[in-house]
Design a binder for this molecule. Structure first.
Ligand code: ADP
Length: 398
């Protein structure tokens, strides 16, 4: 208040009205400066204000901390002191162009590029800068808002590294599964054919116990062949890099139902479906997906004759398919585990299978950019959901 009183000194020839106006203007200016100062001091960004000659005229506390200079060390210095030595000359030229271009607008600096700043101790750090020119009456100042993005960069690097490691270990695992299952096939074929030969040639000649043992060996070899074949099919999925295109899921469902004809007949299952859409997928893989899900829905039936219903609903750019059954259901705790390789919840005596079916389904869906999950509880049937990208074209003409 003192200073205002002094400025509006009584010696001036101005009348009281003019004096009041001047007082108000001073007060408004003081308030707006105070607001600006508060804003600048409380923002997490470093703020550096530079005049038309490229000299620093204001810095906030965050900038002091970021660059490790005291305010008085920076005021009046060319802004280039905040840059690595090698960039200073180029920056000065840039700055002059920016000022001379006449259309200096608020903008991020070198969007998409990593900018580097330099601290007093000459260490360097990555920054993001946004520039705002402020035109006062006789000069233009540029306000630079600077954020230190070291932490973000570090996290991005870590994430990139993790994705690379995961991709590599995934590829190695797939290669291992392929080589192992492929190389195991040959010796297994030999075991299988010779145990079958033993069975045929010596059945009834070596005693009941020997017949029983040979039967176990034949059965074991057959099951192992099935496991290895499924594992091989799993690791081969997608290896031939098929193109995704528009496919009519209605038609592929019909194809799957035909493939499952014997099982459907044996169990008296009913398979129904709504009208199904055209989606972006691979036809062979989608047919296999239907075969696996509908096959399971029939296989894991309860007391009632199996009934399976397939439907699809649109959600944004995707279709969510649902394969619902009235079977035995799956306890909540197994809803994720059943999608992993060789995971089964039942003995082979209760329900035959290798535990690969849903792992294959998951891989098929994910390769086509979708997701698969189950909703189910014991005794209440199961609903398997999966998503696929919609295809813009309308239904394919028959
Ligand atoms: P498999 O059918 O060869 O056992 P899957 O990977 O297809 O292997 O399925 C894994 C397990 O998930 C099955 O053993 C079964 O316990 C459970 N399951 C899968 N589909 C159903 C279903 N429709 N109803 C109840 N349980 C199911």
């Amino acid at each position: 208040m003192d200073s205002i009183g002094a400025q509006g000194g009584h010696g001036r020839p101005a009348g009281p009205a003019l004096e009041d106006e001047a007082k108000h203007a001073d007060e408004a200016l003081r308030r707006s400066e105070e607001r600006f100062r508060l804003l600048a001091e409380n923002t997490a960004d470093g703020i550096v204000m530079v005049d038309g000659d490229g000299r620093i005229v204001m810095v906030n506390e965050a900038a002091e901390g970021m660059f490790r200079y005291r305010r008085d060390e920076l005021l009046g210095q060319p802004v280039e002191v905040l840059l690595p030595q090698a960039l200073r000359q180029g920056h000065a030229a840039h700055r002059m162009n920016y000022a001379a271009s006449g259309d200096a607008r608020a903008r991020p600096m070198s969007a998409g590029l990593t900018l580097t700043a330099r601290r007093k101790d000459e260490s360097e750090f990555p920054v993001e800068i946004s520039l705002t020119p402020l035109r006062a009456e006789e000069s233009t100042v540029v306000v630079a808002a600077i954020s230190d993005i070291s932490d973000r960069r570090r996290m991005e690097e870590q994430l990139k590294q993790t994705v690379e490691d995961l991709t590599r270990s995934n590829a190695e695992l797939e290669r291992f599964a392929y080589v192992a299952s492929h190389d195991l096939q040959e010796p297994l074929r030999m075991i299988s054919s010779y145990t079958q030969l033993l069975g045929r040639r010596y059945s009834g000649k070596l005693g009941d116990e020997a017949d029983e043992f040979i039967a176990y060996a034949v059965d074991g070899a057959r099951r192992m062949q099935r496991l290895i074949n499924d594992l091989l099919a799993y690791s081969r999925l997608g290896a031939d890099g098929r193109e995704l295109g528009p496919v009519d899921s209605d038609e592929l469902l019909e194809r799957a139902v035909t493939d499952l004809g014997v099982l459907i007949e044996e169990t008296g299952a009913g398979v129904t479906h709504d009208a199904l859409p055209v989606v972006r997928a691979d036809d062979t893989l989608l047919a296999k997906l239907f075969v696996n899900l509908i096959g399971n829905a029939i296989k894991f039936h309860g007391e009632e004759p199996p009934h399976v219903h397939v439907s699809a609903r649109r959600e944004g750019s995707r279709w969510v398919f649902c394969v619902r059954d009235n079977g035995i259901g799956i306890d909540r705790q197994y809803h994720e585990r059943i999608f992993t390789v060789f995971q089964r919840l039942h003995s082979k005596e209760a329900y035959p299978g290798s535990g690969m079916g849903l792992a294959i389904c998951k891989k098929i869906v994910e390769q086509q950019g979708g997701r698969i999950w189950v909703e189910s509880s014991i005794g209440n049937g199961s609903a398997f959901f999966f998503t696929l990208e919609a295809e813009n074209e309308q239904r394919i003409a028959a």
